[in-house]
Design a protein. Structure first.
Length: 757
C-alpha cells in the first residue's frame, strides 16, 4: 500500500537533544547521580519517523532534565514520581535501564503523585475528567523569534482566527467534539524576540524565555491551562512540533494550521497517536490482520482522526474515551455470540464504542462515523459512514496518565488507500489471535450492526438416553456439553431431521410426535452462542406397538367368556374437532428484566371452548409451555446487558394457536465490581519463581478470572481462573491481584502488594 503523504506535523522522531547514544558507565568514569522528580513524557515530531516514540524528562523543583534510557524508556509510568540513577552528559542524564528496579525506582504512581507531590503541578493533568459540568480550557499562544531570525511570518489576527475566530478553529473543533463538556477560549501574545539565536534548537530554554518575555510585557500566564509556543521555521530543529503528554506545553515550528494545533493539544489532553496496522501472510501478501509477528504499526496513518495523518477529523471512539467523553454505558465490552448496534458519537444511540478483548491484553475497538459539522464532513456513502471501523488498541479507552496509540485495521488491504479501511456491510473480518470473526450486518445513518462470533465448536453432550412410552412419546435426556465461551442450546434430530433446539441449560426434551411400533435414531448436538454446532451423541429406541390397532378385515371370533378382559389404555390428548376458532392473543405482554432473569406476564386469552396452554418463545425458539390457567413465566440464566425477544401465543382445545404477543427486553447491565481478593500472599519461592495465592472473590453474577499486575504497569502480567499462580519475578518487583467478573468488571486491587526483596 502506498504510504499517505505526511503533513508538516506528523511523523515522530527523536530531536537532536535526545538522539545521542547512551554510553555505558565504565569503571573509573563519571560518578553516577541520583535524582528525584516527576517523569514527563513528550513527543518530538518530524517528517521522517515511520513510528512515534515517546521521549522523557525528569521534572524537578529546579527544572526539567532530559533522560536518555539505553533500552528506550519505561512504559505506563508518565506522571509517576520516580528516583533515577544515571550519568550526566551535559544537561542530559543517561540511564542504563528503564525497568523499575535499581536505575529507576517508582516512588508513587501518577495518581498518587498528583494528590501528594508538589512537583506534579506544572505540566500535568489536563487530560483528566473534570467533575464540573463544563471544563474551561484557556489557551495562550506565545509567538517568539530570535536575534538571528526576527521574522514574524504570521499576523496575530491570523493566529487568533485559527485559535478561536473561525468555524474551523481549535475552539470549534474541541467544543463540537466535547458536546458541551468543554469551553475553549484563548489569546495570542508576541512576537517576542528572545536574547538568543536559533542555531541550537534549545526549545526547552526557548519556552522558558518566551514565558518570561510575555510576563515582562505584562501578560499573566497563570490563568491559562495550556501554552503553545510558535517559532518561525527553524532549520536547526528537525521537527514540526513538540508536545508534552498529559501536559500543558507544546511548540510548533513554523506552522499554525488548526490540524497541527489540535494534534499537539491532543497530546496535552491525554491522547496518543492514531496509527495503522500493516500485515502480511506467510507468502508476503498484504492482509488485514495476522499474528503479531507478521504485523507492523506505522505512525500517523489513520485518516479518520486528527491524531493521525493530515486529517482534521474528530478523534475516534477509543480516543473519545481517553478524553472522558464517553460514559460507562456508551462503552460496551463485546463478547462472541452477540450482535451490537453502534451509533455514531456525533449522533444518537446508546452505544458508541464496542471493545472486544482478544485474550492477549489487547482489544479490537469498533466505532462508527456520520457526516457532521465542519470536521467530520465525510462524503455520503463513503466507507467511514457505511461500515464499522476497527482498531487494534492496547489502552483503556478511559482517561489515563499513559495513553497508548491505536492501529487502524485495513479490511481491504488490496487497495492503496486507508480511507476504505472500514468493514462494509456483508463483509467479515477474522482475527487469528482471538479466533473471533466480525461481520457487518447492516448500516444506516443511526448506526451500524455488527455480529461477533467465535469459531470453536462446543464439545459433545454426555451420554444420551431415550425412553419410549405408550402415548407414544420418547423422553430424551443427556449430559451437559462444554464450550469455550458459552452454550446457547442443543439441536435435537430424529433420523437426521431437525426436530427442535432446546435452550441451555436444559438437558432434556420429550418428543410427542412419534408413531407406534417404529424405531428411531435420535441425535443431540450442542450449539454455542456463535452458532457453532458440536459433535452429536445418538441413541436408537423403538416405540411400543399400537394398543388399539385398526380392525382387521378378518371376521372377529366370538369372545371367550372365560378370558380376562383387555385392559383399557390411558387416554391420549386429542384435539377437540368442534373447536375450530383460534383463541385471542394473550395481550398485553409485559416483562421485568433483572441481571440474569426476565419475568414475563400477559393478559389471559379467551376462547369459545377454553385455553389449555401458552407457548413461550425466546428469539424464535420454544422455551416453555405454560398451563392455560397461568399468565406468567420466569426465564433464568440469561446474560447481563443482552436484548432478548419473547413471544407468547395461546393454544385452545382444538390445538388452534393464537397470534403471538411480542416483547423485546434487555437485561440489566452488571456494573458491580467483584470483591477485592483478600489474603494475597506468597506461598512458595523457588529460584526466580514465586507462587502467590489469595482468597476467592465474590460477585453478584460470577467471577470469571483473576489478573496479576506488576506495580507500575497498567497491563496484567498473567491471568488465571484459580486462586493461585506461579510466575517469574525479580528483586524489587511488587505485584497485586484483581478479580474480573463475566461482564469484565474489575475489582479493586488486593490490599497487599507483594514482591521479592
Amino acid at each position: 500500500m502506498r504510504r499517505p503523504v505526511l503533513p508538516s506535523i506528523l511523523a515522530l522522531a527523536l530531536a537532536a537533544l535526545f538522539v545521542a547514544p547512551v554510553s555505558a558507565i565504565e569503571p573509573g568514569g563519571a560518578a553516577n547521580e541520583t535524582l528525584t522528580g516527576t517523569l514527563d513524557a513528550l513527543y518530538v515530531e518530524t517528517f521522517h519517523e515511520s513510528h512515534p516514540r515517546e521521549q522523557f524528562e525528569l521534572r524537578t523543583r529546579t527544572g526539567s532534565i532530559p533522560l536518555a534510557f539505553a533500552d528506550g524508556g519505561p512504559e505506563d509510568l508518565a506522571g509517576a514520581k520516580v528516583k533515577v540513577t544515571g550519568r550526566r552528559v551535559g544537561h542530559r542524564l543517561e540511564v542504563s535501564s528503564s525497568r523499575p528496579g535499581h536505575d529507576l525506582q517508582v516512588l508513587a504512581t501518577a495518581e498518587e503523585n498528583l494528590s501528594g507531590d508538589g512537583t506534579a503541578t506544572a505540566d500535568s493533568g489536563t487530560g483528566s475528567v473534570s467533575t464540573a459540568s463544563v471544563t474551561s480550557k484557556n489557551l495562550a499562544i506565545i509567538l517568539i523569534n530570535f536575534k538571528d531570525n526576527t521574522s514574524a511570518p504570521f499576523a496575530k489576527s491570523t493566529v487568533q482566527s485559527a485559535l478561536t475566530g473561525s468555524s474551523t478553529s481549535v475552539k470549534a473543533f474541541y467544543e463540537e467534539e466535547a458536546k458541551g463538556r468543554w469551553s475553549i477560549s484563548g489569546s495570542v501574545f508576541g512576537w517576542y524576540t528572545l536574547d538568543t539565536t536559533s542555531t541550537s534548537c534549545d526549545w526547552s530554554t526557548w519556552t522558558t524565555m518566551g514565558s518570561n518575555a510575555a510576563a515582562a510585557a505584562g501578560v499573566n500566564l497563570s490563568g491559562y491551562t495550556n501554552l503553545l509556543y510558535v517559532i518561525p521555521s527553524t532549520s536547526s530543529c528537525g521537527w514540526a512540533g513538540v508536545a508534552y503528554v498529559n501536559g500543558n506545553k507544546s511548540v510548533m515550528n513554523g506552522n499554525i494550521s488548526v490540524q497541527v494545533m489540535t494534534h499537539e493539544l491532543g497530546h496535552n489532553f491525554g491522547l496518543g497517536h492514531a496509527n495503522a496496522l500493516y500485515c502480511t501472510n506467510s507468502s508476503g501478501t498484504r492482509v488485514a490482520i495476522e499474528s503479531t509477528t507478521n504485523c507492523t504499526s506505522k505512525g500517523y496513518q489513520d485518516p479518520f482522526s486528527t491524531m493521525g495523518n493530515n486529517a482534521l477529523r474528530h478523534n475516534h471512539g477509543s480516543q473519545l474515551g481517553e478524553l472522558g467523553f464517553l460514559s460507562s454505558s456508551e462503552k460496551v465490552t463485546g463478547a462472541p455470540g452477540n450482535t451490537y448496534t453502534i451509533a455514531p458519537y456525533l449522533g444518537s444511540g446508546p452505544v458508541k464504542l464496542v471493545r472486544v478483548p482478544r485474550g492477549d491484553g489487547t482489544f479490537l475497538d469498533l466505532d462508527f462515523r456520520t457526516p457532521y459539522g465542519n470536521f467530520d464532513n465525510f462524503t455520503a456513502g463513503s466507507p467511514a459512514v457505511v461500515g464499522v471501523t476497527i482498531r487494534l488498541a492496547v489502552g483503556t479507552a478511559s482517561p489515563t496518565s499513559s495513553p497508548k496509540g491505536t492501529d487502524l485495521i485495513d479490511t481491504t488491504p488490496s487497495t492503496t488507500d486507508l480511507k476504505d479501511a472500514p468493514l462494509l456491510v456483508g463483509k467479515t473480518l477474522k482475527d487469528p489471535v482471538s479466533g473471533l470473526s466480525f461481520t457487518t450486518l447492516s448500516s444506516d445513518s443511526t448506526g451500524v450492526k455488527v455480529q461477533v462470533k467465535e469459531g470453536v465448536s462446543p464439545g459433545a453432550p454426555g451420554s444420551l438416553s431415550a425412553t419410549a412410552n405408550g402415548t407414544p412419546s420418547v423422553a430424551l435426556a443427556w449430559g451437559a456439553a462444554t464450550d469455550n465461551v458459552g452454550l446457547a442450546g442443543y439441536k435435537v434430530t430424529r433420523n437426521g431431521a431437525t426436530l427442535t433446539t432446546v435452550n441451555a441449560p436444559a438437558t432434556s426434551w420429550t418428543d410427542t410426535s412419534p408413531a407406534f411400533g417404529t424405531t428411531y435414531t435420535y441425535g443431540v448436538a450442542a450449539v454455542d452462542t456463535s452458532g457453532n454446532v458440536g459433535p452429536a451423541v445418538t441413541q436408537s429406541v423403538t416405540t411400543p406397538a399400537d394398543p388399539n390397532p385398526s380392525p382387521s378385515p378378518t371376521p372377529t371370533p366370538a369372545p371367550d367368556p372365560s378370558a380376562s378382559p383387555t385392559p383399557t389404555p390411558e387416554p391420549v390428548a386429542m384435539p377437540n374437532p368442534d373447536d375450530q376458532s383460534a383463541p385471542t392473543a394473550p395481550e398485553p405482554l409485559d416483562g421485568t428484566a433483572g441481571l440474569t432473569t426476565v419475568q414475563l406476564s400477559w393478559g389471559a386469552a379467551t376462547d369459545d371452548f377454553g385455553v389449555i396452554s401458552y407457548q413461550v418463545r425466546r428469539n424464535g425458539t420454544l422455551v416453555a409451555t405454560v398451563a392455560g390457567d397461568q399468565v406468567s413465566w420466569k426465564d433464568g440464566s440469561r446474560k447481563p446487558a443482552t436484548t432478548y425477544s419473547y413471544t407468547v401465543a395461546a393454544v385452545d382445545t382444538g390445538f388452534n394457536v393464537s397470534s403471538a404477543s411480542s416483547l423485546s427486553i434487555r437485561t440489566k447491565a452488571d456494573t458491580i465490581r467483584p470483591s477485592s481478593p483478600r489474603n494475597f500472599r506468597v506461598v512458595r519461592r523457588s529460584g526466580r519463581y514465586v507462587t502467590f495465592a489469595w482468597s476467592r472473590s465474590t460477585d453478584n453474577v460470577k467471577v470469571l478470572k483473576y489478573k496479576i499486575y506488576r506495580e507500575g504497569r497498567a497491563r496484567p502480567v498473567a491471568s488465571t481462573t484459580r486462586t493461585s499462580i506461579r510466575i517469574p519475578t525479580a528483586r524489587g518487583v511488587r505485584y497485586f491481584v484483581k478479580a474480573i467478573d463475566t461482564s469484565y468488571n474489575r475489582s479493586f486491587a488486593s490490599r497487599h502488594r507483594l514482591g521479592r526483596y
